[in-house]
Design a protein around this ligand. Structure first.
Ligand SMILES: O=C(O)c1cc(=O)[nH]c(=O)n1[C@@H]1O[C@H](COP(=O)(O)O)[C@@H](O)[C@H]1O
Length: 236
């Protein structure tokens, strides 16, 4: 799967403390080279107007609010996200099939609904973190279980680590969208991420999209960092 100007694979995580800092960062970016992710921190301070501004500038926006609530609440939140014109939105798969089906149902009737995906096991978690919450299994087993539940619930894909994409591609087919954070170019700091992979390896393993934050946003030259990641993806 190649990175292309028509379907950029890199989703930059705009984990900034306020809209001004995020807009300053976005200014030199071109929607042909990347998509953008707005998460909880930025959304809490900048809100829907900021998201719509990015959409207006031509960016595909992944609204990453990881909804996890009763089905009615999640359905309404997903519909509200769709009204902002975002490209992708997510829920937590551990909210269960009733919640996920309600979310999917809430998107019927939208002319261009966002892709709806579900978080499986956060990329910051390892076996010991699952044990702590009563799950005595390997992360990859839990990822597979939740990814199957997500697919059976009619969603478009999952968030998982790139370490699980080969397994999920085999089990769930070519059309299921696999969005992978925990991406770290060789030599960069892992930070709080645990289940990590390089951009090129992640794409080769079957990732559909790569979520990358700090390796780009905190680089001395973010445009150069993005360019070098995109170049690494164009090599077959
Ligand atoms: O849903 C996500 O995007 C997500 C899921 C997950 O399992 N792990 C994960 O890191 N993320 C998000 O991906 C981004 C990763 O950022 P960096 O670690 O800075 O590259 C952050 O915005 C996280 O909120």
């Amino acid at each position: 799967m190649q990175n292309s100007v028509h379907d950029p694979k890199v989703l930059i995580a705009l984990d900034f403390a306020d809209a001004d800092a995020a807009l300053e960062f976005v200014k030199p970016l071109d929607p042909k080279n990347c998509r953008l992710k707005v998460g909880k921190e930025l959304f809490a301070v900048a809100g829907p107007e900021f998201v719509q501004q990015l959409v207006f500038q031509g960016f595909d926006v992944f609204l990453d609010l990881k909804y996890h609530d009763i089905p009615n609440t999640v359905a309404k939140a997903v519909a509200a996200a769709a009204r902002m014109g975002v490209w992708m939105v997510n829920v937590h798969a551990s909210g269960g099939s009733k919640m996920m089906k309600a979310a999917k149902e809430a998107l019927t009737g939208f002319e261009k609904p966002p892709l709806l995906i579900a978080v499986t096991v956060l990329t910051s978690m390892q076996r010991e973190d699952l044990a702590e919450i009563g799950l005595d299994i390997e992360p990859k087993e839990q990822v597979l279980r939740l990814a199957k539940l997500t697919q059976d619930s009619g969603l478009d894909g999952v968030v998982c680590s790139a370490q699980e994409t080969a397994m999920l591609r085999k089990e769930l087919g070519e059309d299921f969208c696999l969005v992978t954070p925990g991406i770290r170019p060789a030599g960069s700091a892992a930070n709080d991420q645990k289940r990590i992979m390089t951009p090129a390896d992640a794409l080769k393993s079957g990732s559909s999209y790569l979520v990358i934050g700090r390796p780009i946003t905190q680089a001395v030259d973010p445009i150069k960092a993005l360019q070098s990641i995109n170049d690494s993806l164009d090599v077959e």
